[in-house]
Design a protein around this ligand. Sequence first.
Ligand code: F6R
Length: 256
Amino acid sequence: MFIVFPDTDHVAQYVSTLFIQRISQQPDVILGLATGGTMEPIYAQWVKQALARNIDVSQVSTFNLDEYVGLPAQHPQSYAAYMEHHLLRHLAFDRSRIHIPDGLAHDLPAYCQAYSDTIRDHGGIAMQLLGVGSNGHIGFNEPGTPFDSQCHVVELSERTRIDNSRFFGPNEIVPASAITMGMRDIMDAHEIILVATGSSKAATIAKYYEHEVSPLVPFTILKQHPKAHIILDAAAAALVPSNVCQFYDTVPAAML
Ligand code: F6R
Protein backbone atom coordinates (compact mmCIF):
# COMPACT_ATOMS: atom_id res chain seq x y z
CA MET A 1 0.00 0.00 0.00
CA PHE A 2 1.16 3.49 -0.85
CA ILE A 3 0.14 6.27 1.53
CA VAL A 4 -0.99 9.20 -0.59
CA PHE A 5 -1.59 12.84 0.36
CA PRO A 6 -2.94 15.54 -1.95
CA ASP A 7 0.28 17.58 -2.12
CA THR A 8 3.85 18.05 -0.88
CA ASP A 9 2.75 20.23 2.05
CA HIS A 10 0.68 17.42 3.51
CA VAL A 11 3.45 14.89 2.83
CA ALA A 12 5.93 17.13 4.64
CA GLN A 13 3.61 17.60 7.58
CA TYR A 14 2.96 13.86 7.86
CA VAL A 15 6.58 12.70 7.52
CA SER A 16 7.99 15.34 9.85
CA THR A 17 5.33 14.40 12.41
CA LEU A 18 6.42 10.75 12.22
CA PHE A 19 10.00 11.76 13.03
CA ILE A 20 9.05 14.23 15.75
CA GLN A 21 6.87 11.58 17.39
CA ARG A 22 9.72 9.08 17.22
CA ILE A 23 12.04 11.55 18.95
CA SER A 24 9.40 12.29 21.61
CA GLN A 25 9.00 8.58 22.33
CA GLN A 26 12.73 7.96 22.53
CA PRO A 27 14.91 11.05 22.93
CA ASP A 28 18.14 9.14 22.20
CA VAL A 29 16.76 7.56 19.01
CA ILE A 30 19.09 6.74 16.08
CA LEU A 31 17.79 8.22 12.82
CA GLY A 32 18.91 7.71 9.23
CA LEU A 33 18.62 10.88 7.16
CA ALA A 34 18.51 11.77 3.47
CA THR A 35 19.06 14.90 1.41
CA GLY A 36 17.67 16.10 -1.95
CA GLY A 37 14.80 18.26 -3.14
CA THR A 38 12.11 15.94 -1.74
CA MET A 39 13.40 16.43 1.81
CA GLU A 40 13.52 20.23 1.81
CA PRO A 41 9.85 20.81 2.77
CA ILE A 42 10.08 17.90 5.23
CA TYR A 43 13.01 19.44 7.12
CA ALA A 44 11.30 22.86 7.05
CA GLN A 45 8.24 21.32 8.75
CA TRP A 46 10.41 19.29 11.11
CA VAL A 47 12.16 22.45 12.34
CA LYS A 48 8.87 24.31 12.64
CA GLN A 49 7.23 21.55 14.67
CA ALA A 50 10.28 20.90 16.85
CA LEU A 51 10.49 24.59 17.77
CA ALA A 52 6.74 24.95 18.31
CA ARG A 53 6.60 21.87 20.55
CA ASN A 54 9.95 22.50 22.24
CA ILE A 55 11.28 19.06 21.24
CA ASP A 56 14.67 18.20 22.73
CA VAL A 57 16.94 16.81 20.00
CA SER A 58 20.14 16.94 22.03
CA GLN A 59 20.36 13.17 22.48
CA VAL A 60 19.31 12.20 18.95
CA SER A 61 21.96 10.49 16.80
CA THR A 62 21.79 10.73 13.03
CA PHE A 63 23.49 8.96 10.13
CA ASN A 64 23.24 10.48 6.69
CA LEU A 65 22.96 8.21 3.69
CA ASP A 66 25.56 9.70 1.44
CA GLU A 67 28.04 12.40 0.43
CA TYR A 68 29.85 13.36 -2.76
CA VAL A 69 33.48 12.25 -2.94
CA GLY A 70 35.81 15.24 -3.23
CA LEU A 71 33.50 17.91 -1.77
CA PRO A 72 34.55 19.40 1.57
CA ALA A 73 31.76 19.87 4.15
CA GLN A 74 31.89 23.64 3.54
CA HIS A 75 31.13 23.27 -0.19
CA PRO A 76 27.60 24.62 -0.76
CA GLN A 77 26.58 21.50 -2.70
CA SER A 78 27.93 19.03 -0.16
CA TYR A 79 25.34 17.07 1.75
CA ALA A 80 26.99 18.25 4.97
CA ALA A 81 26.18 21.84 3.95
CA TYR A 82 22.67 20.79 2.92
CA MET A 83 22.01 19.25 6.37
CA GLU A 84 23.45 22.30 8.08
CA HIS A 85 21.24 24.63 6.07
CA HIS A 86 17.96 22.70 6.24
CA LEU A 87 18.07 21.09 9.69
CA LEU A 88 21.11 21.17 11.92
CA ARG A 89 21.66 24.88 12.47
CA HIS A 90 18.02 25.41 13.47
CA LEU A 91 17.90 22.98 16.40
CA ALA A 92 20.18 22.18 19.36
CA PHE A 93 21.66 18.91 18.09
CA ASP A 94 24.74 17.52 19.81
CA ARG A 95 27.18 17.64 16.89
CA SER A 96 29.13 14.65 18.23
CA ARG A 97 26.03 12.55 17.48
CA ILE A 98 25.68 13.73 13.89
CA HIS A 99 27.27 11.45 11.28
CA ILE A 100 27.63 12.48 7.65
CA PRO A 101 30.09 10.64 5.40
CA ASP A 102 33.31 12.61 4.87
CA GLY A 103 33.75 13.24 1.16
CA LEU A 104 37.45 13.98 1.76
CA ALA A 105 38.28 10.78 3.66
CA HIS A 106 41.71 9.47 2.59
CA ASP A 107 41.36 5.72 2.81
CA LEU A 108 37.85 5.45 1.38
CA PRO A 109 37.35 1.65 1.68
CA ALA A 110 38.45 1.71 5.36
CA TYR A 111 36.35 4.81 6.00
CA CYS A 112 33.25 3.16 4.46
CA GLN A 113 33.72 -0.02 6.47
CA ALA A 114 34.01 2.08 9.64
CA TYR A 115 30.81 4.00 8.75
CA SER A 116 28.79 0.76 8.50
CA ASP A 117 30.44 -0.55 11.67
CA THR A 118 29.59 2.65 13.57
CA ILE A 119 25.91 2.34 12.62
CA ARG A 120 25.90 -1.22 13.92
CA ASP A 121 27.85 -0.26 17.07
CA HIS A 122 25.10 2.25 17.84
CA GLY A 123 22.55 -0.57 17.71
CA GLY A 124 21.28 0.18 14.19
CA ILE A 125 18.95 2.80 12.77
CA ALA A 126 15.47 2.99 14.30
CA MET A 127 13.87 5.07 11.56
CA GLN A 128 15.39 5.65 8.12
CA LEU A 129 14.24 8.47 5.84
CA LEU A 130 14.68 7.76 2.12
CA GLY A 131 14.05 9.52 -1.16
CA VAL A 132 14.25 7.73 -4.47
CA GLY A 133 16.17 8.64 -7.61
CA SER A 134 14.37 8.60 -10.96
CA ASN A 135 16.29 5.37 -11.73
CA GLY A 136 15.11 3.80 -8.48
CA HIS A 137 18.29 4.39 -6.47
CA ILE A 138 18.14 4.69 -2.69
CA GLY A 139 21.02 6.45 -1.01
CA PHE A 140 23.34 6.42 -4.02
CA ASN A 141 22.88 2.69 -4.60
CA GLU A 142 22.53 2.78 -8.35
CA PRO A 143 20.79 0.03 -10.38
CA GLY A 144 22.80 -3.20 -10.17
CA THR A 145 24.14 -2.61 -6.65
CA PRO A 146 24.18 -5.94 -4.76
CA PHE A 147 21.55 -6.21 -2.07
CA ASP A 148 24.16 -7.30 0.50
CA SER A 149 26.31 -4.18 0.05
CA GLN A 150 27.56 -2.15 2.97
CA CYS A 151 28.77 1.46 2.87
CA HIS A 152 30.88 1.91 -0.26
CA VAL A 153 32.06 4.31 -2.94
CA VAL A 154 29.89 4.40 -6.04
CA GLU A 155 30.40 5.83 -9.51
CA LEU A 156 27.29 7.93 -10.09
CA SER A 157 25.23 7.05 -13.15
CA GLU A 158 24.80 9.58 -15.95
CA ARG A 159 21.07 9.74 -15.07
CA THR A 160 21.82 10.68 -11.43
CA ARG A 161 24.43 13.27 -12.41
CA ILE A 162 21.97 14.89 -14.82
CA ASP A 163 19.16 14.80 -12.22
CA ASN A 164 21.40 16.39 -9.58
CA SER A 165 22.94 19.01 -11.87
CA ARG A 166 19.96 21.22 -10.97
CA PHE A 167 21.57 21.83 -7.57
CA PHE A 168 24.91 22.92 -9.12
CA GLY A 169 25.80 26.16 -10.92
CA PRO A 170 26.07 26.24 -14.74
CA ASN A 171 29.88 26.04 -14.60
CA GLU A 172 30.08 23.47 -11.82
CA ILE A 173 30.61 19.78 -12.42
CA VAL A 174 28.56 17.21 -10.50
CA PRO A 175 31.08 14.90 -8.77
CA ALA A 176 31.52 11.53 -10.50
CA SER A 177 31.43 9.46 -7.33
CA ALA A 178 29.92 9.36 -3.86
CA ILE A 179 30.06 7.50 -0.57
CA THR A 180 26.78 5.78 0.18
CA MET A 181 25.36 3.57 2.88
CA GLY A 182 24.83 0.16 1.30
CA MET A 183 21.60 -1.68 0.60
CA ARG A 184 22.16 -3.88 3.63
CA ASP A 185 22.79 -0.91 5.92
CA ILE A 186 19.47 0.56 4.77
CA MET A 187 17.53 -2.70 5.06
CA ASP A 188 18.88 -3.22 8.59
CA ALA A 189 16.93 -0.15 9.73
CA HIS A 190 14.03 -1.09 11.99
CA GLU A 191 11.57 1.11 10.07
CA ILE A 192 11.89 2.84 6.71
CA ILE A 193 9.99 5.87 5.42
CA LEU A 194 10.48 6.41 1.67
CA VAL A 195 9.08 9.64 0.24
CA ALA A 196 8.48 10.59 -3.38
CA THR A 197 6.71 13.71 -4.59
CA GLY A 198 5.96 15.38 -7.91
CA SER A 199 5.04 14.12 -11.36
CA SER A 200 8.71 13.49 -12.20
CA LYS A 201 8.60 10.51 -9.78
CA ALA A 202 5.36 8.97 -11.10
CA ALA A 203 7.07 6.63 -13.58
CA THR A 204 9.57 5.57 -10.90
CA ILE A 205 6.77 4.70 -8.46
CA ALA A 206 5.00 2.77 -11.23
CA LYS A 207 8.18 0.65 -11.55
CA TYR A 208 7.95 -0.27 -7.88
CA TYR A 209 4.41 -1.46 -8.42
CA GLU A 210 5.16 -3.33 -11.68
CA HIS A 211 8.58 -4.89 -10.97
CA GLU A 212 9.54 -7.94 -9.01
CA VAL A 213 12.20 -7.27 -6.38
CA SER A 214 15.37 -6.68 -8.41
CA PRO A 215 18.74 -4.93 -7.98
CA LEU A 216 17.98 -3.28 -11.33
CA VAL A 217 15.32 -1.20 -9.58
CA PRO A 218 17.02 -0.84 -6.18
CA PHE A 219 14.09 0.47 -4.15
CA THR A 220 12.00 -2.64 -4.94
CA ILE A 221 14.02 -4.25 -2.11
CA LEU A 222 11.73 -2.42 0.30
CA LYS A 223 9.02 -4.97 -0.57
CA GLN A 224 11.06 -7.38 1.57
CA HIS A 225 11.22 -5.04 4.57
CA PRO A 226 8.69 -5.73 7.34
CA LYS A 227 8.23 -2.04 8.21
CA ALA A 228 8.75 0.05 5.07
CA HIS A 229 6.23 2.78 4.26
CA ILE A 230 6.01 4.63 0.96
CA ILE A 231 4.58 8.12 1.26
CA LEU A 232 3.54 9.94 -1.91
CA ASP A 233 1.75 13.02 -3.08
CA ALA A 234 -1.01 12.59 -5.65
CA ALA A 235 1.31 13.57 -8.52
CA ALA A 236 3.84 10.83 -7.70
CA ALA A 237 1.01 8.29 -7.30
CA ALA A 238 -0.58 9.17 -10.64
CA LEU A 239 0.52 6.01 -12.49
CA VAL A 240 -0.35 3.36 -9.91
CA PRO A 241 -3.86 1.91 -9.48
CA SER A 242 -5.92 3.50 -6.72
CA ASN A 243 -6.59 0.12 -5.08
CA VAL A 244 -2.95 0.00 -3.92
CA CYS A 245 -3.16 3.51 -2.45
CA GLN A 246 -4.48 4.61 0.90
CA PHE A 247 -5.60 8.21 0.38
CA TYR A 248 -5.60 10.86 3.10
CA ASP A 249 -6.99 14.39 2.60
CA THR A 250 -5.10 15.61 5.59
CA VAL A 251 -2.71 14.38 8.28
CA PRO A 252 -4.72 12.15 10.68
CA ALA A 253 -5.74 14.29 13.65
CA ALA A 254 -4.58 11.62 16.11
CA MET A 255 -1.02 12.28 14.96
CA LEU A 256 -1.03 16.02 15.59
C1 F6R B 1 20.07 11.77 -1.02
C2 F6R B 1 19.75 10.43 -1.49
C3 F6R B 1 19.12 10.22 -2.82
C4 F6R B 1 17.89 11.10 -3.05
C5 F6R B 1 17.31 10.84 -4.43
C6 F6R B 1 16.11 11.73 -4.70
O1 F6R B 1 20.64 11.72 0.27
O2 F6R B 1 20.02 9.50 -0.80
O3 F6R B 1 18.76 8.86 -2.94
O4 F6R B 1 16.93 10.83 -2.07
O5 F6R B 1 18.29 11.06 -5.40
O6 F6R B 1 16.55 13.06 -4.77
P1 F6R B 1 15.49 14.25 -4.93
O7 F6R B 1 14.71 14.31 -3.69
O8 F6R B 1 16.35 15.47 -5.13
O9 F6R B 1 14.66 13.92 -6.12
